[in-house]
Design a protein around this ligand. Sequence first.
Ligand SMILES: C[S@@+](CC[C@H](N)C(=O)[O-])C[C@H]1O[C@@H](n2cnc3c(N)ncnc32)[C@H](O)[C@@H]1O
Length: 266
Amino acid sequence: MTARPHPWYATAFGAHYPLLYRHRDAAEAQRCLDLLPALAPFGDGPVLDLGCGHGRHLALLGRQGVRVVGLDLSPHLLAIASAQTPRHPLLRADMRAIPLAGGTCAAVLSLFTAFGYFGDAAANAAVVAEIAHVLRPGGHWYLDFLNSVRVTAELAAGPLATEREQGPLRVRETRRLDANPARVVKEVSLAPLPGRDDEAAGWGVPLPGVRYAEEVALLTLAQLDAMAAAAGLARVAAAGDYAGAPLDDDSPRWLLVYRRGGKEDR
Ligand SMILES: C[S@@+](CC[C@H](N)C(=O)[O-])C[C@H]1O[C@@H](n2cnc3c(N)ncnc32)[C@H](O)[C@@H]1O
């Protein structure tokens, strides 16, 4: 586990997160959930949404009758998830130490890049080991990750900066590549718009504002497959977007399904 006292992901997924990612809505979550069981069935048993955030997938899965458990580190996002899906168990924990008994989950979901936060491949392998531990034999890990080839190509010419108004906030973002380990860094600066301080404070952004830098490891497919294999997981399906297009270097997403080996008990 990291020794950093206040890592970036403790700030980035604060109360403001649902406002910044408002476009990542229930309709998109539904498209993702329509695809995943078509790539490989969830199986009979609890599904763990690892890094469930404010619960947009939890709510939909619950409505489909799936037995689902959410885990996240952010108290702000878990509070929203709890209000929206009061019937489903929610765990506040670090994904490198999942507080569930080994071999109990039929599926683990890591959706919308809820992965790759801890540094190099070895550091992120701690998450894969935990996932493999809680999966039952024959269970599946569904990873919805960024396409690191495409992101690297997009930012090869240099950083990309954007600025926008979102609700009561001015949002400035700069995306750039960094090395050792290879990663994409997004520097984010949030500040209340003039005269909207109270509203901004309600989204967790007091004056003079909030700054942080998100970092996601640019893991290659080969690295992801190797990390999974080291934990006893083999890739059994893949797609390049939520509609199920084939995966290639230009795919918007990498949707990867890994199966835990071993003898199934059902
Ligand atoms: C990009 S968001 C995705 C959220 C959700 N899966 C969705 O699609 O809306 C990543 C999530 O991972 C959670 N997270 C970040 N670091 C974590 C950690 N160390 N342990 C558990 N959850 C973590 C964040 O709080 C956030 O909710």
